[in-house]
Structures are given as structure tokens and as C-alpha cells.
Design a protein around this ligand. Structure first.
Ligand code: HEM
Ligand code: HEM
Ligand SMILES: [Fe+2]
Length: 464
């Protein structure tokens, strides 16, 4: 940790750990409901559990992105955060809004729009909060002499994510229009601007962990940004097939979304090849595992499993089934869950001055959570394929099919238990690191010996 204000990142990461744990609990509530054990129903009906599960996911990922930015932007800009205190206020406000929304879901205060369930008044508070965050990192970057490609891509990714929250707030009484705008948020986030955030964090971690020249790593970041925009923007059309929009979306959506895996393939190739190329091994191998693992599993979950149901002829059958949940889990985990855990793994020793990346809990966390999530994805896949065949090909009634596929949810519970053990180990390792250190102590940067001696190519401003 080179700048004192980077310490605020730890509080964002601690919030991630807390909200992530809660998210998992709600996942289990739904998984048990699927096998018929739905005793909590009077207090937590399925719709409330589902909205809580997915919204907690989005909030902990956003907290992770913000924490990452508060660590990365000062370091890349070589100056303290512009308003360090504001960052704490902004975190507290985010948590208060998030908790209010979650309580609201349980009291039936919600908008029935998947992923955008947060009631409208709270939306405005989210917007203000995120704008404060953007202003803070924006000013830090603006006032710096040194604006690296990595920092700029991270900043613009976050700025566009903030702006793309707004279409979801456009008032309309028309169901088609509502769906249309909802996808601007959901799709253009995860298959557009969040990919820039992920690409930038990936680039930062690869520079730090592999010792490969910044110039080479950032050159490939441009290619990824290009591929993302080329395919992702019009790829939105793969959600317009059946919502009442014109027929030409079948063609446009099908074609462009089929190209989307290229950006994720690029990231997988990027992660693996840079890790191979970097001769100087960084001691924090756990962070490198999470980084490269993220680049690979994001391709599997988003690229491969996304492609599996993106063509209209296939989506016609799989739309809105557990096939979507199969893809949703692996894509969110591989791309965004793992990049947040990667950045936490890398920064934690620097923030706390303790090096616990070799601890058994760190290695166990990586393997158990990943094997657990791959198995969960398989359980959803088997349930999803069975659902599609029985419900949509054979024509069996919806609830009868749900009874037929119950057994696969026992498989899901088993796999999710392994996943949860892994995450418990991760959180245990996080707690063992302790709180961030009080005073700036440059000796802690010795945690990065390999990279400190690595040749660094001049950033645009010419200083590193
Ligand atoms: C213990 C772990 C977990 C369990 C048991 C679990 C279970 C579930 C269940 C049963 C559903 C609802 C499926 C339905 O509609 O019937 C669901 C939805 C969802 N979960 Fe999880 N989950 C877990 C962890 C996670 C994690 C770690 C992530 C992301 C990284 C995640 C992302 C999602 C998403 C995105 C959806 C919505 C999918 C869709 O729109 O179809 N879940 N989860
Ligand atoms: C990291 C990136 C990605 C994430 C986190 C992600 C996550 C999700 C989630 C949660 C849903 C359900 C949304 C909802 O119903 O509200 C979804 C739907 C979908 N995704 Fe992705 N996705 C990603 C990338 C991709 C890619 C690259 C493709 C195509 C190549 C793709 C194809 C689809 C399709 C076709 C649907 C609609 C499923 C349906 O009709 O029910 N996704 N995705
Ligand atoms: Fe999409």
C-alpha cells in the first residue's frame, strides 16, 4: 500500500464478505424450496428470496468494484484519493440503501422487474451514491499527471455503469418498453461496461503479478474493449426475441451476440498467456490463481454457456428456464465474483501487512469454491435440460415438471455446500489478515519484491 487513502478499500471488501455470505444463505433458502422444504415461506416467499439473492449479488459486486477502484486509482495516478472521507460516507450510504431495499423485499416493497427490484425512491439514492463515488475517483485521476490506460478503462467502465443505471428508471406503463429498457441496464452492464471494469482490473493484476511490460498488457486491453463493444451493444438484441419488439431483432441479436464469446475468449487467452510469459513469479500465487481462473471461467460461463442458448432457434426453447440459471451462475461467478476475489487476494497482504496467501485456507478456498461452482452449474444444467424437454417438448405441466426435477436440486445443495465451504475458508483467511494497518509503512511493499524489480514501460505520462 503506497497511499494511506487506499485503506478504504478494505472496508469495501469487508462489506463484500458480509453481503456475499447473506447472498449464499438466500441461495440455500431457494434450493431447499425447490426440493419442497419451504418452511420459511410465510416470512420469505420465493420471490423475496430470489430478489434478495440477486440484488445482494449485484451490491457486493459493486462494493468490490468500488473497493478495487479506491485501491487501484490512487496507485495508478500516484496520488492520494481526492476525498478519502467521502469514500467512507459513500460506503455507509450504499450499505444503508442496500439493507433498506432488502428489508423492503421482505415486506413486499419492490418492483417486480428481475434484477431491478429496488423501489424507485431508493434508485435515486443509489444514483447519488454512485455519482459521489465517480466524482471521487474521477477527481483523483483528473488531477494526476499520470493517466494510465488501465486507470482510464476502469474509470470509464464505472462511469458508464453509473449512466446505464438510468434507462431502468424511465417511467412507462408499457410492458414491452419496460422490458426493452430493463435490458439496457442488465445486458449492457454484464455484457458491456462491466467487461471493461473486469478487463481493467485483470490488466492491473496481470501487470502486478506477472511482471510483463505494462505496454504489452495494456495493448491487449484495447483489443478486449474493441471486441466487447463490437459484439455486446447490438448483442442486446438476444433479449428482444420474444418481448414484443420487431422481428429484425432475431437476426441482429442472434448474429452479434454469437460474437460476444470472442471478448471472453480474448480475456482467457490474455490471462493464460501473460501468466506464462511472466518469468518472475510473484510470491502471491493465490492471487494469480484467482486472476487466471477468472479469465478462464468467465469464458466458460459467459462465452461458452452464453453461446449455448443465444441463437433464437435454441432460445425459443430454453428462454426463462433453469438453463438461464445455469449460465447466470457460472457467468457471474467466473467473470465478476472471481475478479473481485482476485483483487481482494492481491490487495489484502498490502492493506494489512500480513501475508497469508500460502495458508491452507487460501488454497482450499480457491479449489473448493471453484469445484463447487462448476458442480452447481452442472446440477442446474441437468435440471434445465430436463425441464426444457419435459415442459416444452413433451408438454408436461409446469409444476409437474418441477416435481420431476426435484432430485437435481439435492445435487445442487450438495455442490453448493462444497462451494460454501470454499467461501467460508476465503472469509476465514480474510479475517485472519486482520484490519488494515494504521500508518503508512513502505516496508510492506517488500511483499512485492518480484514486481518491484521488474522492468516497467513508461505509461503515457512517462512516469511509473
Ligand atoms: C450456495 C450457493 C448458491 C445457491 C444454493 C444458489 C441457488 C440459486 C437458486 C435456487 C436460484 C433460483 C433459480 C430459480 O429461479 O429457480 C438462484 C438464482 C440466481 N443465483 Fe444463485 N445460488 C448460490 C450462489 C450464487 C452465486 C455465488 C452467484 C453468483 C456469483 C449466484 C447467482 C445467481 C443468479 C444470477 C441467479 C438468477 C438466475 C436467473 O436469472 O435465472 N448464486 N440461485
Ligand atoms: C459475464 C457475462 C455475463 C453474465 C454475468 C451473464 C448473466 C446472465 C443472467 C443473470 C441472465 C438472466 C437475466 C434475466 O433473465 O434477467 C442472462 C441471460 C442470458 N444470457 Fe448472459 N451473461 C453474461 C454473458 C453472456 C454472453 C456472452 C452471452 C452470449 C454469448 C449470453 C447469453 C445470454 C442469453 C441468451 C440470455 C437469455 C436467457 C433467456 O432467454 O432466458 N450471456 N445472462
Ligand atoms: Fe445478454
Amino acid at each position: 500500500m503506497k497511499y494511506n487513502s487506499q485503506r478504504v478499500a478494505w472496508w469495501f471488501f469487508a462489506t463484500c464478505m458480509l453481503l456475499f455470505s447473506l447472498q449464499i444463505i438466500y441461495g440455500f433458502i431457494m434450493a431447499f424450496a425447490h426440493v419442497g422444504l419451504d418452511g420459511l415461506h410465510p416470512w420469505i416467499p420465493f420471490n423475496a428470496a430470489r430478489a434478495t439473492h440477486t440484488n445482494l449479488l449485484v451490491v457486493w459486486l459493486l462494493a468490490g468494484f468500488m473497493g478495487a477502484a479506491y485501491f487501484i486509482i490512487p496507485e495508478e495516478s500516484q496520488r492520494e484519493l481526492e476525498w478519502p472521507r467521502l469514500a467512507y460516507v459513500q460506503l455507509a450510504a450504499l450499505v444503508i440503501v442496500g439493507v433498506t431495499a432488502i428489508i423492503g423485499f421482505h415486506l413486499n416493497w419492490w418492483e417486480g422487474r428481475k434484477f431491478l427490484e429496488i423501489p424507485r425512491p431508493l434508485d435515486f439514492l443509489v444514483v447519488i451514491d454512485v455519482l459521489l463515488f465517480i466524482a471521487n475517483i474521477g477527481m483523483t485521476l483528473w488531477k494526476s499527471e499520470r493517466k494510465t490506460t488501465t486507470a482510464l478503462v476502469l474509470f470509464f467502465g464505472l462511469l458508464m455503469a453509473a449512466l446505464l443505471y438510468l434507462p431502468g428508471m424511465i417511467p412507462t406503463a408499457n410492458q414491452t418498453m419496460d422490458s426493452y429498457w430493463r435490458w439496457w441496464v442488465v445486458h449492457l452492464w454484464v455484457e458491456g461496461v462491466w467487461e471493461l471494469i473486469m478487463g481493467a482490473i485483470l490488466s492491473y493484476l496481470l501487470i502486478k503479478l506477472t511482471g510483463v511490460d505494462r505496454e504489452i498488457i495494456e495493448k491487449w486491453l484495447y483489443v478486449i474493449v474493441g471486441l466487447t463493444f463490437l459484439s455486446g451493444i447490438l448483442g442486446t438484441g438476444h433479449h428482444y426475441y420474444f418481448i414484443g419488439t420487431p422481428r429484425y431483432w432475431l437476426m441482429i441479436g442472434g448474429t452479434f451476440s454469437a460474437l460476444e464469446p470472442l471478448a471472453f475468449l480474448g480475456m482467457a487467452w490474455y490471462g493464460i498467456s501473460m501468466a506464462k510469459r511472466g518469468g518472475r513469479a510473484h510470491p502471491n500465487r493465490t492471487a494469480l490463481s484467482w486472476t487466471v481462473g477468472c479469465s478462464v471461467l468467465s469464458f466458460v460461463g459467459a462465452g461458452f454457456l452464453g453461446f449455448a442458448h443465444t441463437i433464437p432457434q435454441v432460445n425459443l426453447w430454453t428462454h426463462g428456464t433453469l438453463i438461464t440459471a445455469m449460465h447466470g451462475h457460472m457467468a457471474f461467478w467466473g467473470a465478476y465474483g472471481m475478479i473481485v476475489l482476485a483483487v481482494i487476494s492481491y490487495t489484502l497482504p498490502l492493506l494489512t501487512g500480513r501475508r497469508l496467501y500460502d495458508a491452507p485456507s487460501a488454497t482450499f478456498a480457491f479449489w473448493a469454491s471453484n469445484i463447487g461452482m462448476i458442480s452447481m452449474t452442472l446440477a442446474f444444467a441437468v435440471a434445465g435440460v430436463t425441464q426444457v424437454v419435459l415442459e416444452r417438448r413433451v408438454g408436461m405441466e409446469f409444476l409437474q415438471v418441477q416435481t420431476e426435477i426435484q432430485v437435481h436440486f439435492w445435487g445442487l445443495i450438495l455442490a453448493a455446500s462444497l462451494f460454501t465451504l470454499g467461501i467460508t475458508a476465503f472469509i476465514w483467511n480474510f479475517i485472519q489478515h486482520g484490519k488494515p494497518v494504521g500508518e503508512l509503512d513502505t516496508s510492506r511493499d517488500a511483499v512485492e519484491p518480484a514486481v518491484a524489480s521488474a522492468p516497467v514501460v513508461a505509461a503515457p505520462s512517462g512516469a511509473e
